[in-house]
Write a protein that binds this ligand. Structure first.
Ligand SMILES: [Zn+2]
Length: 247
């Protein structure tokens, strides 16, 4: 109970403290599509849709879920990871075990980071993950500075557009999840991004006609990709976006 409370408080504090502030330069808006865990359909249909629209995605992988079945999907295979990497998609990190950062002390987090990196490295030695996403979107005020030393950025699931002064260690991301958003909601985020000249990041999991509670249909994803095209917004990986904003 106490530790659950501590975790919640730490997550809340993480929004405001120990930030890695970065002022977004006056910039044309851009969008990133990210997938967590990641299901094989994100590497299949998801990647295909992105590529057809001239974009690439960022895949935040937990080594322990790669190639494994779970409640809602089958984890992507080693071969799929290599294919994504060679096609220009970004391979990035969750924790290895998918444990929340709020439950890990410094030594445990260090082991998670090391184990995940070496697992991914073992699949293809040319993959060098640079970015992190908090499992369950739960940040920790204590782990933020540690993650900042290990990765260029950390992404949460706090919705909204990243604009003005952004926190590189708690990037905002909006759901690409049928249960949480519809096409009108997606359009609103795109309009906000155009108005603010900001960086819009979507997060999701599976991409399939009958998605899990955490995934989307190809229809919803296609809508988002076409919304980007209509507004001439480049579809870039998180690594590419960071380069563009000089972070
Ligand atoms: Zn996850």
């Amino acid at each position: 109970m106490w530790s659950a409370l501590k975790g919640r408080v730490s997550n809340r504090l993480a929004r405001h403290f120990r930030a890695a502030p970065h002022r977004l330069p006056a910039h044309a808006p851009m969008v990133s599509f990210t997938f967590d865990d990641a299901p094989d359909s994100a590497a299949g249909e998801g990647a295909e849709l992105l590529e057809r629209h001239g974009g690439r995605g960022t895949y935040y992988l937990a080594g322990s879920l790669i190639g494994r079945p779970s409640e809602y999907w089958h984890g992507l295979s080693d071969d799929a990871i290599v294919r994504l990497h060679r096609a220009g998609h970004e391979i990035a990190c969750h924790t290895f075990s998918h444990r929340s950062s709020a439950t890990l002390d410094e030594a445990a987090m260090a082991r998670e980071i090391e184990r995940n990196r070496s697992h991914i490295h073992g699949i293809d030695a040319s993959i060098q993950p640079q970015n992190f996403a908090y499992p369950y979107g739960i940040a920790s005020v204590w782990r933020k500075p540690q993650l900042a030393r290990a990765f260029r950025s950390a992404r949460g699931i706090l919705p909204g557009v990243n604009s003005g002064i952004i926190d590189l260690q708690f990037l905002r991301a909006s759901p690409l999840i049928d249960r949480e958003i519809d096409t009108a909601g997606i359009d609103r985020y795109f309009n906000d991004a155009v108005l603010s000249g900001g960086w819009l990041i979507f997060y999701g999991h599976d991409v399939t006609d009958k998605p899990s509670p955490y995934g989307c249909t190809p229809h919803l994803m296609r809508h988002a990709l076409e919304a980007a095209a209509k507004r001439n917004m480049p579809i870039v990986t998180v690594a590419e976006a960071l380069q563009r904003i000089g972070a």
